[in-house]
Write a protein that binds this ligand. Structure first.
Ligand code: 13P
Length: 249
């Protein structure tokens, strides 16, 4: 039985002091023994955030990492830095990083391998644009993204990875994929993992939906058979996040 994961992606929001205020505000609202909860915070917030969630059910995630071990890569953050700081999850391949910063499927593959080597739990994002959906390319595009990202990753490692399906047209737009649209893609991702690996790996891997998930639509999306959680942007910065975590109450 896969445990649900409700992950906030704070994106480029919250200064360190604002982060501490938000963590405090959400503290009593995000308790749910049945789900894993994580805040993927800006890099500069990681150290104070890890300290602030100590002893709670909340884990801290990063929004990016660099795939080299260490060295002359000004401005980048390594997997070892993240684990040493107490980070548990790391997002890679978010459509904003693909779109604004030119992150490729090959980069994501290198990041995935490096994160797994350091026992971080990767959250690998994939998703199509509206144009690609209208052209009927969604499933083949996402299969391509997944195939390249997982290149060289063993079945044992793959089972620990989290995949987030985030249709670009649903991110920050207020337009959520219907639960049927989201389920169709998440189910196909699981089928594809079974093809690439095996049934057991496909059964274990967690697949999240992201894109305008909120307190109103979370329960329905999370009731779908292949949706194992959410990656939440805007609503993770508000007390609504507590309602999403407690979608089953
Ligand atoms: P919104 O929830 O703001 O649409 O963002 C989704 C997202 O991109 C999470 O990574």
């Amino acid at each position: 039985m896969r445990r649900k994961l409700i992950a906030g992606n704070w994106k480029m929001n919250m200064t360190p002091s604002e982060a501490l205020e938000l963590i405090e505000k959400l503290e009593g609202l995000v308790k749910n023994d049945e789900v894993d909860v994580c805040y993927c915070v800006p890099a500069i917030d990681i150290v104070p955030a890890v300290e602030a969630v100590k002893g709670s059910n909340v884990a801290i995630g990063a929004q990016n990492l660099y795939f080299e071990e260490k060295g002359a890569y000004t401005g980048e953050i390594s997997a070892a830095m993240l684990t040493d700081a107490g980070v548990k999850y790391v997002i890679m391949g978010h459509s904003e990083r693909r779109g604004y910063f030119g992150e490729t499927d090959e980069d994501i593959n290198k990041k995935l391998v490096k994160a797994l080597e350091h026992k971080l739990i990767p959250i690998v994002c994939c998703g199509e644009s509206l144009e690609q959906r209208q052209q009927g390319l969604t499933l083949s595009l996402i299969r391509d993204q997944i195939r390249t990202a997982f290149n060289g990753v063993s079945a044992a490692d793959a089972a620990d990875v989290v995949i987030a399906y985030e249709p670009i047209w649903a991110i920050g737009t207020g337009v959520t994929a219907t639960s049927e649209q989201a389920e169709e893609v998440c189910a196909d991702i699981r089928r594809y993992i079974a093809e690439l690996y095996d049934e057991a790996t496909a059964e274990n891997i967690r697949i999240l939906y992201g894109g305008s998930m909120n307190a109103q639509n979370a329960a329905e999306l999370l009731s779908m058979a292949d949706i194992d959680g959410g990656l939440i942007g805007g609503a993770s910065l508000k007390t609504d996040f507590g309602s999403i975590v407690n979608y089953n109450k």
